[in-house]
Design a protein around this ligand. Structure first.
Ligand code: HEM
Length: 483
């Protein structure tokens, strides 16, 4: 009955939304939270998703909440998640964020990006070597799980781009990484499994921002699901610590390596930055997480939609046939970076199933803010789910996979509501790297193999933690003639 902010005027997304964050937690347990919230948005432009939390859906709301001049700051889950050393992704303070972003922006600057291409090419080569091998061992045609292989590809790529480290996962065909722990023990860590385990457990409880720390404290001590997941998750932190130590050793030995972490050690004049090791580890953890998981998801979705839409696949193949040279084993980025249909296919799957689908929460300024014609009091959590923004009526037949829509002249109208990488000052810094990985890999695979779903009626399962994780995607692959 206490509703000093008058949020009761907005309809609840579910029965409990007005009184408890439990509703958000229950939606997380059911698997695909953003889809449930979207159902509520089909009736209402603004819905209440928690006692102090509103979900918006319109282009005006995107501008007000995430735009370059927004007075909103990251709130809710970010504040709860940020430890002693928040990373670029979860830091809340605007000045602190600007300082961190300046440090990394040189490495991510568009003009420097193509210097990472050779690292991507190397990983594509390793992936196709494995695909060729399984085809060869299976009389020409093999079944592979593309979800797993695309993730092995992205973890290898980001470990090299960020730290000049060769994980060897593509060669092994699994995500095992050998490390030495702080106390000198040799062990192996499952990169993807450990990352997902930690994120899975945290994403189930973090919506209860008030109770999260106490719940975590208790559940870590009790044998059961949460304890197991968080223990596994620790493996990821141990791996990050080990990889940073390895990279630091090479830096101290005077090796000149071109990678992202180099920017954290010294500035462009070669002067040491002397950042605390905790801050370096936090940035590396974010790069190894955000820089691998999302791109693997996007690749899986792009492949899934292409194989379910044979007309799109043939049109893409024709575009590649004209643009590419058959003698190149791995497509050159210069040849694929401006291919309109290839980009349209990627963007269309990012639209339908954005890897980060939920409303990224922001806190309104203490004095309050006008959002989409509604006065919202200060310190209220607000967000726009990409899943809903991407189903705006400006996208006609929005549930259909239609890459052609991205080739039309009126595409500018929809630019403001296409937010897979978010937007504004807190938008994704790795977007262009991700496009390099995605365009080069997809072009190479479509050019080199005949690809089809192993089961033509296959439906991808999803689990939405922070990212929207797809389940397995079994594909039939066969080398194409002359490739
Ligand atoms: C398809 C691929 C990707 C998608 C869909 C994606 C999506 C996003 C989104 C939605 C955000 C905003 C997060 C928030 O506000 O909480 C973000 C931020 C970020 N992303 Fe990505 N991302 C992708 C690839 C990458 C890659 C490849 C990297 C690193 C190499 C990366 C690094 C980051 C970082 C460091 C931030 C925080 C930026 C800041 O706050 O200044 N991302 N990304």
């Amino acid at each position: 009955y206490l509703d000093s902010k008058k949020l009761r005027r907005f309809p609840n997304a579910s029965l409990l939304s007005g009184v408890s964050d439990l509703s958000y937690i229950l939606q997380r347990y059911r698997g695909f939270r953003s889809k449930e919230i979207h159902k509520a948005h089909l009736q209402h432009p603004v819905v209440r998703v928690g006692p102090n939390s509103l979900s918006f859906s319109t282009p005006d709301a995107i501008r007000a909440i995430y735009g370059h001049n927004t007075p909103c700051i990251k709130g809710g889950t970010y504040v709860t998640a940020a430890g002693a050393h928040p990373s670029l992704l979860d830091v809340v303070n605007k000045e602190e964020h600007a300082r961190k972003r300046r440090i990394l922006s040189h490495a991510f600057a568009t003009r420097n990006l193509e210097q990472w291409e050779f690292k991507v090419t190397d990983k594509v080569q390793k992936l196709i070597a494995q695909f060729d091998l399984v085809c060869h061992e299976n009389e020409g045609e093999a079944i592979i799980d593309f979800r797993t292989w695309s993730n092995l590809f992205t973890i290898e790529a980001i470990a090299d781009i960020a730290l000049s480290h060769h994980l060897g996962c593509l060669g092994q065909g699994n995500d095992l990484v050998a490390i030495t722990t702080k106390d000198g023990r040799e062990k192996t860590v499952n990169y993807i499994d450990c990352l997902h385990a930690g994120r899975r457990a945290t994403s189930m409880l973090i919506w209860s921002t008030k109770w999260f720390s106490s719940l975590r404290f208790v559940l870590k001590k009790l044998p059961g699901f949460f304890q197991t997941q968080w223990r596994k998750g620790q493996g990821f932190d141990e791996m990050v610590h080990y990889l940073v130590q390895q990279r630091l050793r090479r830096y101290k030995n005077g090796e000149q390596l071109e990678d992202f972490v180099g920017c954290l050690f010294q500035d462009k004049h070669g002067d040491a930055r002397n950042l605390e090791i905790g801050e370096i580890e936090a940035e590396v953890a974010t790069l190894l997480d955000a820089g691998s998981d999302t791109t693997a998801i996007s690749l899986t979705h792009a492949m899934y939609f292409l194989l379910r839409t044979p007309v799109a696949l043939s049109r893409l193949r024709e575009e590649l046939r004209v643009a590419l040279d058959d003698s190149q084993e791995v497509s050159k980025y210069a040849k694929v970076k401006n291919l309109p249909y290839l980009h349209a296919c990627i963007n269309e799957s990012l639209r339908l199933l954005p890897p980060v689908a939920f409303g990224l929460n922001r806190m309104t300024p203490p004095e309050g803010l006008m959002i989409d014609g509604n006065w919202i009091p200060g310190n209220t959590l607000v967000g726009v789910p990409a899943y809903t923004a991407h189903r705006n009526p400006l996208f006609s037949s929005s549930e259909q996979y239609q890459p052609e829509r991205w080739l039309k002249d009126n595409i500018k109208e929809t630019q403001g509501i296409f937010i897979p990488f978010s937007t504004g000052a807190r938008g994704c810094i790795g977007r262009n790297i991700s496009y390099i990985e995605q365009t080069v890999l997809l072009a190479t695979l479509v050019q080199r193999y005949d690809l089809s779903l192993a089961d033509s009626g296959w439906n991808l399962d999803h689990e939405e933690a922070f990212n929207l994780w797809p389940g397995p995607l079994p594909l039939k692959i066969r080398r194409r003639e002359n490739c």
